[in-house]
Design a protein around this ligand. Structure first.
Ligand SMILES: *Cc1c(COP(=O)(O)O)cnc(C)c1O
Length: 376
């Protein structure tokens, strides 16, 4: 077996080492210290959020959403079936029913035309997931949400540095989640952030993040002592993670520019495959700027995808499918509801293939992977 080229890998340099050592040597390792605050204000600048709370994961940030909105068992949220489990699990954890709908065949994002058909009297929110860092059709989603009095909660786990009509992903919903997992563009190993764009929700979010206490009011001198005031949990990362994250966030433009360059190189090299009718390449709608998070191809069927994957693996390259249809999972059948048909989700569950892509990957990898695929 030839040595494997990784599928993804964090890009780590001197700044990451310096900041992590600095955090370690400061001996102030709990959450909410200097590095956490620096990350939060940098993210507020980048996204325009009224307030950012660093979390230990995007899953943590999603888990906070039903708490912050005081959702109740039996409430419903609309989620795409083509997504990571946390998009649905976060709500099911509070007894809220994830209602699954299909995604669009071009962007693989929540099909906005299916939202209104899935509404009931209990629907509280729509949860758009920006797949591969390419924006959902936000104008339409925001308009539908306003018209029906629904919250918009963005799963922008893959979306840092992407924009829709000039606005950063994560800046549309009342609340949004970012991920800094090791597989994402910007990483803390494990990490995430809750973006709060609706100022009225800041206090409730701080309570949820402070284990259900009003400790942040106490820290700011607004109350004499702190106590248990509402439901919450422990969502914060420690300072070591925040130090690593700050170094990464400060280099976001370089990291994302490099990923976009590699993405474009694949896109150009693989055009002939699309012209021969063997694959569909990703679609980036007008008005969307993406962050080069994932380069994928959609094959005509699962067999063709498997052939392509085998050819790449035999040559030492990792390539990977992505989400299975979540609405068909055992937990979704127990806790969720499937609305309508899922032709796109079920097709891409077997026919999508993600190609190796990370910021310090050599352009030669793109060239060799493309060459192998072009010989199919
Ligand atoms: C990665 C990811 C998550 C989970 O992120 P963690 O930080 O690992 O919890 C959630 N939703 C989507 C769409 C993701 O890609």
């Amino acid at each position: 077996m030839p040595a494997k080229t990784p599928f993804t890998q964090p890009t780590i340099g001197d700044r990451e080492r310096d900041y992590v050592l600095e955090a370690l040597e400061s001996r102030e390792l709990a959450g909410n210290g200097r590095f956490t605050k620096a990350c939060q204000s940098l993210l507020e600048q980048k996204t325009g959020a009224a307030k950012v709370i660093l979390t230990h994961s995007a899953t943590g940030a999603l888990d906070m959403m039903p708490l912050v909105l005081d959702m109740e068992p039996g409430d419903e949220v609309i989620v795409p079936s083509f997504t990571f489990v946390s998009t649905a699990n976060a709500f099911a954890l509070r007894g809220v029913v994830p209602v699954f709908v299909d995604v669009r065949a071009d962007t693989l994002n929540l099909d906005e035309t299916l939202i209104e058909g899935a509404l009931t009297g209990r629907t509280r929110a729509v949860v758009p997931v920006h797949y591969a860092g390419v924006a959902c059709e936000m104008d339409t989603i925001m308009e539908i949400a306003r018209r029906h009095g629904l919250a918009v909660l963005e799963d922008a786990a893959q979306g840092i540095g992407s924009t829709y009509k000039g606005k950063p992903l994560g800046s549309f919903g009342e609340l949004s989640a970012l991920s800094f997992h090791a597989t994402k563009n910007i990483t803390a190993g494990e990490g995430g952030a809750l973006l709060i764009n609706e100022p009225a929700l800041i206090e409730r979010a701080e309570i949820a993040a402070e284990k259900g206490t009003n400790r942040s009011l106490f820290v700011r001198g607004e109350v004499d002592k702190y106590t248990w005031v509402d439901l919450g949990s422990s969502f914060m990362p420690g300072e070591m993670s925040a130090a690593l994250l700050l170094a990464q966030l400060e280099q976001e433009n370089e990291i994302n520019d490099r990923r976009r360059m590699l993405w474009e190189r694949y896109h150009h090299a693989l055009m002939p495959l699309e012209q021969r009718g063997l694959v569909h390449r990703p679609t980036v709608p007008a008005g969307c700027v993406h962050n080069g998070h994932i380069y994928y191809l959609m094959f005509t069927d699962g067999e063709a995808q498997q052939r392509a994957r085998n050819a790449l693996v035999a040559a030492g390259f990792n390539a990977s499918s992505h989400y299975g249809a979540l609405h068909n999972s055992p937990a979704a059948r127990r806790f969720g509801r499937a609305e309508g048909r899922f032709a796109v989700t079920e097709h891409i569950a077997t026919s999508l293939l993600r190609l190796p892509l990370f910021a310090h990957m050599e352009t030669g990898v793109v060239d060799r992977v493309s060459e192998i695929l072009l010989q199919l």
